[in-house]
Design a protein around this ligand. Sequence first.
Ligand SMILES: C[S@@+](CC[C@H](N)C(=O)[O-])C[C@H]1O[C@@H](n2cnc3c(N)ncnc32)[C@H](O)[C@@H]1O
Length: 259
Amino acid sequence: MPEYAFDNAAAETEQRFGALEVLYDPVTIRHLAPVVKPGSRCLEVGGGSGSVAKWMSDRVGAQGRVLVTDINTRFLDGIAAGNVEVRQHDIANDPIEEGVFDVAHTRLVLIHVPERERAVEKMISALKPGGWLVLQEFESLSMRADPEHFLSEHLLKTYVASQAVLTRRGADLRFGRKLPPLLRSLGLKNVDAEAHARHFQGGTVFSRLMRANFEQVRGDMIAAGDVTEEEIEADLARLDDPALSWPTMVLWTVCAQKP
Ligand SMILES: C[S@@+](CC[C@H](N)C(=O)[O-])C[C@H]1O[C@@H](n2cnc3c(N)ncnc32)[C@H](O)[C@@H]1O
């Protein structure tokens, strides 16, 4: 079984989660706000730091409920809210309640789960009829930095090597863009998809995310022979250089309703 490459047990996790919150919580909340209401029952899969679960908890209030899951709940266990249940849970392989949630959301989890289509089906089965599925996943390959055509952009060798590690660990770096037809084929209605990307300089929050990712898979990248220790060090140094310029991965947000 391929293992999740960015295990939350690692020291880099805090830096990753901090960057993900800054980069993506505003996008997530913009899409969740129309469907998460006072009294809603929400499922947050692979909740990571818990920032989205905490927002849901405030939003649904005392009459609502939030179930937040993760294979490693180390950052979730401290959530102190009476309407939140934290559960150690593998969305692909563990059972989950059926037909009880108004909203089921996940962000940047399914790309890493080898049985990702089964995971999507389980999230759908957890929804009530009329409930909303909100999936946010990267498509990381179609808009990589492209210095041949955009002279200011830089494609770091370590970035390419880190993506190769994820793929070998079972990730699908294109999954976000595959979601709209997948959800339609599974019978969901009102499928709507929106892409989000930004262009960053070195030394900004995207560099912090990349640093955490490079550091965590450093051993795998070197073992694969895709990049040397010296090249990794040089690329890590470049992450803080304002001359570094690159687009982020594309985050697809796909909303759909269970009939
Ligand atoms: C890249 S992090 C994203 C965390 C959070 N959703 C966010 O966007 O900030 C991926 C999270 O998914 C969790 N995860 C990985 N595989 C999982 C699975 N099979 N079931 C549930 N959670 C999983 C990881 O432990 C980690 O917390």
